[in-house]
Design a protein around this ligand. Structure first.
Ligand SMILES: [Zn+2]
Ligand SMILES: [Zn+2]
Length: 259
């Protein structure tokens, strides 16, 4: 089993040492795919990303069958060229694509920030999020897996943040269809599946992915500290199985089936 979404201290929002991540993974008997953040946004100061040369310099010696080196790339219009350059010039195992911010906005606010929701109904904000994701998938062909479709439900500022599939069905279906069409994977992010309502809604989404031709999922905790590594991976596997999707991980950009 692999946790295919783990951050270390190359990510601005994690101070996890890779040695601690490896120790935790060994305790759990799982492999790790490191996916530090590269979220280029020219409207945010000091957001040019981490030094990828240093990342490979530090981690290549630790690389093994159980420790793979990927990256989580923020999907935004202005970042496409620089993302493609990274993908083409470095030897990543895995490219995870993420919608963390409106795709083509000319401001600093991302879906993590309260400001992005000001003056918008939940419907307006969530529709903007999915439209961003659709462009992200269509305009970033290099990704292997699309991260955390429910990311906005972690951070939006509405009383009920939950992502209800039926409320956004046409847009969610378009995301899923575009991912399936390109034979990419969806990520099952285990962050929110401990909650029953969230798990039920996500189950509807992943079942629909299968119906629309999707076949594979990566499973990841999005862990930023040792205690989060591997959380709910088993539930993620069960969800994949219940939806008829094959759990996979990527090594040298090639797909490998789990189990
Ligand atoms: Zn993310
Ligand atoms: Zn992440």
């Amino acid at each position: 089993m692999f946790d295919s979404h783990v951050h270390t201290d190359f990510s601005g929002d994690s101070d996890m040492k890779i040695a601690d991540a490896i120790k935790r993974a060994d305790e759990l008997g799982i492999g790790l795919v490191i996916t530090d953040h590269m979220d280029i946004n020219d409207y945010i100061k000091n957001r040019s990303g981490f030094d990828v040369d240093k990342f490979f310099e530090a981690y290549t010696k630790l690389r093994s069958d159980k420790l793979l080196l990927g990256i989580e790339l923020g999907l935004r219009e202005e970042a496409v060229e620089r993302n493609v350059h990274l993908v083409n010039n470095y030897d990543f195992d895995f490219i995870l694509g993420s919608t963390h911010a409106p795709y083509a906005s000319k401001h600093e606010y991302e879906f993590f920030d309260a400001e992005v929701y000001v003056g918008k109904s939940k419907r307006e904000a969530y529709e903007e999020y999915f439209r961003s994701m659709i462009r992200g998938v269509k305009e970033n062909e290099y990704i292997d897996s699309l991260a955390h479709i429910d990311y906005i439900a972690r951070y939006s500022r509405y009383d009920d943040k939950e992502l209800y599939y039926n409320e956004y069905k046409p847009l969610i279906d378009e995301v899923l269809k575009e991912v399936a069409l390109r034979e990419k994977s969806m990520e099952i992010s285990t962050r929110r599946i401990g909650n029953k309502t969230s798990a039920d809604e996500l189950m509807k989404i992943y079942k629909r992915f299968r119906e629309l031709g999707g076949e594979t999922v990566t499973i990841g905790s999005d862990g930023h500290y040792p205690g989060a590594i591997g959380a709910n991976l088993k539930s993620g596997l069960e969800m994949a199985e219940a939806c008829g999707l094959k759990p996979v991980y990527y090594k040298k950009r090639k797909i490998h089936f789990i189990k």
